[in-house]
Design a protein around this ligand. Structure first.
Ligand code: SF4
Ligand code: SF4
Length: 150
């Protein structure tokens, strides 16, 4: 795992190298947001935390306050299939070297798609209200469901 890339259970506080996260309600109306200030050649191979983002862009702005429910991730069950990473509409699943690391709670909007596509039994991602502590959610994780006999 790269240094500084950690998925936390707190909303809006995970840092991927950005100095500061701001909410979208702090963006002046009509402003043009440039993603990068510097040369943008050959950036595609860089991880998000290594890219030279401008001070104010969709990466440094958080949408955490939009969410009322959140996905919680259970590493113990995950098989690293990457389904959640492929389907998340906000690229808020953090995966490194084909290993699922966690949720980017700064940008996740709580749509629940990742939970729907998770194939494990029980699921490795489940939705909880924002008020639920992640450790608490993990401690009450459901057991494996047995297949019904036909
Ligand atoms: S809840 Fe939606 S936005 Fe959040 S990580 Fe899952 S798929 Fe992505
Ligand atoms: S879809 Fe489920 S099993 Fe697959 S990587 Fe995501 S959390 Fe893990």
């Amino acid at each position: 795992m790269s240094k500084g890339v950690l998925a936390t259970d707190k909303r809006g506080v995970r840092e991927l190298g950005a100095e500061k996260k701001v909410g979208w309600d702090e963006v002046p109306q009509g402003v043009v947001l440039n993603s990068f200030d510097d040369n943008v050649d050959n950036l595609s191979h860089l991880r998000p935390e290594e890219r030279p983002y401008s001070d104010f862009n969709s990466f440094t702005a958080t949408v955490a306050s939009w969410r009322v429910i959140k996905p919680v991730y259970n590493r113990d069950i995950c098989i690293d299939c990457q389904n959640c990473w492929v389907w998340c509409p906000d690229t808020s699943i953090i995966s490194r070297d084909k290993q699922m690391i966690g949720i980017d709670y700064d940008h996740c909007k709580g749509c629940g798609v990742c939970v729907e596509v998770c194939p494990t039994n029980p699921k490795s991602l489940l939705m909880f209200t924002e008020a639920v502590d992640n450790e608490e959610a993990l401690s009450g994780w459901p057991e494996k469901k047995k297949k019904e006999k036909k």
